[in-house]
Design a protein around this ligand. Sequence first.
Ligand code: C2E
Ligand code: MG
Ligand code: MG
Length: 369
Amino acid sequence: IATTLMKSLPDDVDLYHVGETRFALIYREETGALHDDIASALLARMGEPFVTEGGITVQLQAHAGLVRFHCTQPETTDVLRMATTALYQAEAEQRPWAWYSPEFDMPHKRAFALLRAIPSSLAHGEFRLVYQPKLNLHTARISGVEALARWRHPKFGDVSPAEFVELMERTTLIHEFTEWVLHKALEQQSIWRAQGIDLTIAVNVSSRNLEHPMFLQMLRNACALYRIHPQTLRLECTENAVMTGTLTAATLEAVRAMDIAISLDDFGVGYSNLSCLHSMPVEILKLDQTLIKHIATDERAFTLIQSLISMGHSLGYRMLAEGVETAEVLDLLKHHGCDAAQGYYISRPLEAEAIPAFMQASRGPNFQG
Ligand code: C2E
Ligand code: MG
Ligand code: MG
């Protein structure tokens, strides 16, 4: 590729190999600046099929990120990063090339700023947990809650867990975070227990957590500290967490041996590998909200859920539905044997202090569940 590039470039253009499958070219302004036509011609040249030494014909699809800069500017050291950002943008938009624009940087800058803010936010109590009740459809009682993390930052405001969990998963912060969640949730459960409120508690864990060598120890310590009955704790893992490898499988087996139930979150939307699932120590399948949403209005969606519930039961799983937003959906689930349900119709996630009053009301005659 370097040879092809060198043959196609004017003499005064510098060519650098800056990474695997990646080149940087520097065009000088005074000898005819780089413009769209040059980029277009160069990429077309790169896209022509060529024959390798081994006699194989290869056709590349090259993309480019373009940036204009002056050597005197202080951000010269940033040029390669800017070009890379533009390259990603071109790839994302499936365009052959893109000129750098500062807004391309925004997501990266935000991600970086958020990540930097997390440790002090954890230390300063800017994270908290809310708890979403789960309704047992056999007893019509609230049997447990799921702990969901919330982050309110003084500058960024409310940041969604979908955003910050994904960021943390790219770093080792996810371990510290899950430990914090587990401690907070188990402490809260023991406070409720002292108030005579018995609830199972579910904590979300990410696949990275399960791969950590100290995960089991961390779990044991937290359970011992708050004197938790393991039967009242559930770990919610997504499919990709459960199916990743032998390391995770061994961890999950150990969790199961501790009498802690594992719930497969977002079931039915990933690439469920049923033969693999079969060999995993999972007890609860949590039907994803996108499957539940339309069962009252879409017959095929309903048939799918009906079949999943019956399949799950035949294989010995307990079935939990998430994202129940209407009475009709709840009724259908109840009448088709689903074991438990969670969703805005039953309750939104609540602050810890609101749980006792909610539990009181849920025993009354007007409770919607
Ligand atoms: P999830 O575990 O599948 O949680 C369910 C999400 O659906 C929650 O969003 C919940 O607030 C929302 N939800 C519940 N009922 C309804 C409903 O009836 N309708 C609709 N439209 N949504 C409903 P949330 O709290 O924003 O959390 C999003 C995801 O972030 C969670 O998905 C979970 O994967 C992750 N997450 C949240 N807290 C934690 C945590 O402490 N640790 C980890 N590792 N992940 C977490
Ligand atoms: Mg969950
Ligand atoms: Mg889910």
